[in-house]
Design a protein around this ligand. Structure first.
Ligand SMILES: Cc1cc2nc3c(=O)[nH]c(=O)nc-3n(C[C@H](O)[C@H](O)[C@H](O)COP(=O)(O)OP(=O)(O)OC[C@H]3O[C@@H](n4cnc5c(N)ncnc54)[C@H](O)[C@@H]3O)c2cc1C
Length: 342
């Protein structure tokens, strides 16, 4: 019989579990119920008991590693903590959220325990045995994996499960001791871009995609790149949306054409870019060619604004296409959003 461990860690406030961790809890609960297997949840935090208040209603055994050393992500301390939790749980299946914190250490722990690891898991199935799904070749081919090797570590892609939301209450957490190696890395703090500078927001409900049309000649024969930048940033500021881009737009910088200074290749969506998960997406000034649209695979509801009624979006790739000038549409939407706030 399988025994299941879900690994979790605190979010950046340190006072609650991260959203991706709570998603892994949901995945663990569903798998444990399907296999009739016992479930353990391992917690990594400064104070594991304090962040575990959302977990008692899972009915799972709770194991915690606590201490100031775990306030920040650091390879040496995190790998020791995850190894200690995994050994204490004696689990055959270990689920962990694919956060940067766990992605960095999970393969090492799997190796130390003589186990195996698979990453980017999007779904867990199987009635008798565990079957894990992941996508290959830029989300074009879906594979279902099963393995005999145990322990089997599975890193779950964030956004693939609903976050667990149970009754809060006092939790019984069994403390797990960790023998820390000499720590050579000290974390002196975080330096993060300001809200407006950070345009990639994986947790946003909405994705706004900017295409090359924003910096092309408009019907008046002129390029309006500065105005385009203002409109896009205004929309992001008012909605908290994440910003994606087509490849043509982010490539333009290298070709000496007008660019939007806040865009980098990190914003690129598509076959050679990212495949984000947002509930809704709005494409603007982007043609909607297949190598771009393949990156929209996991966007729930798709809308596009394009001047061209024959654009790719109009050929079944979007739920709604507005044949309109995106400069006018976004200016109007921004004005309505501002008026709504006032
Ligand atoms: C191997 C390979 C991999 C690729 N990978 C990717 C990838 O990962 N991501 C990606 O994006 N592309 C990728 N591409 C490129 C892709 O095929 C397209 O060339 C690219 O997506 C086009 O970008 P675009 O739609 O922004 O630009 P364009 O094709 O130039 O389209 C601009 C659009 O803007 C519209 N427009 C202009 N002004 C306005 C206005 N005022 N209002 C509304 N609409 C307006 C126009 O009608 C036009 O449809 C790849 C290509 C190859 C060959």
């Amino acid at each position: 019989m399988e025994t299941i461990l879900v690994l979790t860690h605190a979010d950046e406030t340190g006072s609650a579990l991260s959203k991706a961790s709570l998603e892994a809890v949901t995945a663990g609960q569903e798998l444990a119920a399907r296999l009739s297997a016992p479930l353990t949840i391992g917690i990594l935090a400064v104070d594991a008991k304090a962040v575990a208040t959302s977990l008692p209603s899972t009915g799972a055994r709770l194991l915690g590693v606590s201490g100031e050393a775990f306030a920040q992500a650091r390879y040496a301390s995190d790998v020791a903590a995850v190894e200690a939790l995994s050994r204490a749980a004696q689990a055959t299946i270990v689920l962990a959220p694919g956060t940067s914190r766990f992605v960095r250490v999970a393969a090492s722990v799997a190796h130390r325990l003589g186990g195996f690891i698979d990453t980017h898991i999007t779904a867990l199935g199987g009635a008798e045995a565990v079957e894990a799904s992941r996508w290959f070749y830029r989300q074009r081919v879906e594979a279902v994996l099963s393995r005999d090797a145990r322990p089997w570590f599975l890193l779950l892609d964030p956004g693939t499960h609903a976050a667990f939301a149970g009754e809060h209450g006092a939790a019984q957490v069994e403390p797990v001791a960790v023998e820390l190696p000499a720590l050579r890395t000290t974390v002196s703090g975080f330096r993060a871009p300001t809200q407006d500078a950070q345009t990639i927001r994986p947790d946003a409900k909405l994705l706004l995609v900017a295409g090359a049309g924003w910096t092309k000649k408009q019907p008046d024969g002129q390029v309006h790149a500065a105005e385009a930048g203002k409109l896009i940033l205004g929309f992001l500021h008012a909605t908290g949306a994440s910003l994606g881009s087509s490849k043509s737009l982010v490539d333009q910088g290298g070709e000496g054409e007008p660019v939007l200074p806040f865009l980098t290749h990190m914003n690129q969506i598509g076959q050679t870019g990212a495949t984000p998960r947002h509930a809704k997406g709005l494409s603007t000034c982007c043609h909607g060619e297949e190598p771009h649209v393949v990156g929209w695979r996991f966007i729930g509801e798709r809308r596009a604004v394009n001047l061209d009624p024959n654009c790719g979006w109009a050929r079944g790739k979007a739920d709604v296409v507005y044949i309109a000038d995106a400069f006018q549409v976004i200016a109007k939407v921004n004005a309505l959003l501002e008026a709504g706030k006032a």
